[in-house]
Design a protein around this ligand. Structure first.
Ligand code: AMP
Ligand code: ZN
Length: 472
């Protein structure tokens, strides 16, 4: 499989360190508020990567953490802890907020067909490991302590900045305008490993004893400690959103490699953002949508999974309700076809047409996860008269093992075309059929719109026109 690696800025042949095993660490959610459709895109793409690797015959060990302490509102050391902020906003304890939004995250993942990771460690359960790692860094001279925190001294780590390719001077200029909360921090890019419960954090609710006094860990050390604890010092794949490249992942590399002297990650996989109507999703713009908003508008969250697979994970993607509705229609059709295929016994794939489809599908996925191409291959296969129904059923099951719609587990899709139509509707359909035979597509489209406004959807398939009620 060819996979893009952010650190080497190239697409490379993926080979795990110890085949057939693959170790994969995915930065997980900070559980202080709802999981929105932007998060969905990221975790769906992690899920696709895992399924694709499995389809290639690898045994994937997948770890995704839950961040429930230490992630400040600015990725660097500024602002306040997101959990504390969430607790204030929702009028609850930090622990309740963490439990509630972890559950919301799980429910969202279930709705969009994301398999749970093999291990899902919580940061607050791994404080000891983090303290041990900081002590180790301290013993090797990579840290310094101030009245407020223990910092990683980036001067001591020559490769700092290699992941993002940002020159240190650029970073310094970018950060210089900020007000540094700690006057003793030596360089802006140095980052906190441990925050002491003093000053702005004097009332921090979550805190633990440590060799540097009462306090709490920084966000970055959490991921280094948890990935090391479950996957060892060298892992095959590490994923996250592109926002993690310049600070969070740069810092993870510095900590992990300084501590172990080994290359922390072979492949850095970063997902691009989901925008809404061309703008970044944010509470203030009122465009933060969750699976509940999708369902309220009659959109199956799995249809949004379908929508996301239509674009490449490294491209920015724009979400619109029109696109979601179109994905819903396509997903319904797919479900309908899968249901129809249940009438045929699955057959081993032997015909040339089916074998070719299988190869093309595999090549698309192996091409840095070209899911849009793979979806197109799926539709081609379903419409290909040279492939017997039983083989189509087998192919669909194989493809779905990667797409993760769980089609075979879904209830049969009952979507029957209407047969008893009122006369005015029949008349409009006749007019539309005439327009189509004249190739007057504008008139045919106008009539389709007219029918839609009366609550009917029309689908042209196999030489006939089927009419459905819009309320499904
Ligand atoms: P957070 O809970 O803020 O730590 O984010 C969890 C993950 O979701 C991170 O990897 C983010 O990069 C990713 N993420 C957040 N917002 C979006 C978005 N709008 N589109 C895609 N990924 C996102
Ligand atoms: Zn992380």
């Amino acid at each position: 499989m060819q996979l893009y690696d952010t650190r080497s800025r190239s697409i490379r042949e993926f080979r795990p360190l110890a085949p057939p095993n693959v170790t994969m660490y995915c930065c997980g959610p900070t559980v202080y508020d709802v999981t929105h459709i932007g998060h969905m895109r990221k975790y769906i793409m992690d899920d696709i990567l895992k399924r694709a690797l499995r389809a290639e015959g690898y045994l994937v060990k997948h770890v995704m953490n839950i961040t429930d302490v230490g992630h400040l509102s600015d990725d660097a050391d500024l602002g306040e802890d997101k959990l504390e902020k969430g607790a204030r906003k929702h009028g609850k304890s930090v622990w309740d907020v963490a439990a509630e939004y972890t559950a919301f995250f799980h429910e969202t993942m279930r709705k969009v067909g994301v398999e749970p990771p093999d291990i899902e460690p919580k940061a607050t359960d791994h404080i000891e490991g983090m303290v041990a790692l900081i002590r180790d860094l301290e013993a090797h001279g990579y840290t310094y302590e101030t009245a407020q925190a223990v910092y990683f001294d980036t001067r001591k780590f020559a490769a700092y900045g290699a992941l993002s390719g940002q020159k240190l001077e650029d970073k310094q200029v970018a950060v210089r305008d900020d007000v540094h909360a700690d006057p003793d921090k030596r360089r802006p890019q140095d980052f906190a490993l441990w925050f002491k419960r003093v000053g702005r954090f004097a009332n921090h609710t979550m805190h633990w004893d440590s060799p540097w006094g009462d306090g709490f860990p920084g966000w970055h050390i959490e991921c280094s400690a948890m990935s090391m604890a479950y996957l060892g010092p060298e892992i095959d794949i590490h994923t996250g959103g592109i926002d993690h490249i310049p600070v969070h992942h740069e810092n993870e590399i510095a900590q992990s490699e300084a501590a172990t002297g080994k290359q922390f990650v072979q492949f850095w996989v970063h997902h691009n953002f989901l925008m809404v109507d061309g703008r970044k999703m944010s509470k203030s713009l009122g465009n933060v949508y969750t699976y509940l908003d999708l369902e309220a508008r009659g959109i199956n969250p799995l249809a949004v999974r379908y929508l996301f697979l239509q674009s490449h994970y490294r491209q920015e993607m724009n979400f619109t309700w029109e696109a979601a509705a179109a994905a819903q229609t396509a997903f319904e059709r797919l479900r309908g076809l899968e249901t129809a295929l249940r009438a045929s016994e699955p057959l081993p794939v032997t015909t040339d047409a089916a074998l070719k489809t299988k190869t093309t599908f595999r090549a698309a996925i192996a091409d840095d996860l070209n899911t849009a191409k793979a979806l197109a291959v799926l539709w081609e296969a379903l419409g290909n008269a040279a492939i017997p129904a039983g083989e189509k059923r087998t192919l669909l099951a194989e493809f779905d093992a990667v797409f993760g719609f769980g089609l075979a587990q879904l209830p049969a899709w009952e979507r029957k075309p209407l047969t008893d139509l009122p006369p005015d509707v029949t008349k409009l359909l006749k007019q539309r059929a005439d327009a189509r035979s004249r190739k007057d597509w504008a008139a045919a489209d106008a009539l389709r719109e007219e029918l839609a406004s009366r609550g009917y959807t029309v689908e042209d398939a196999g030489g006939t026109t089927l009419v459905y009620s819009k309320e499904l």
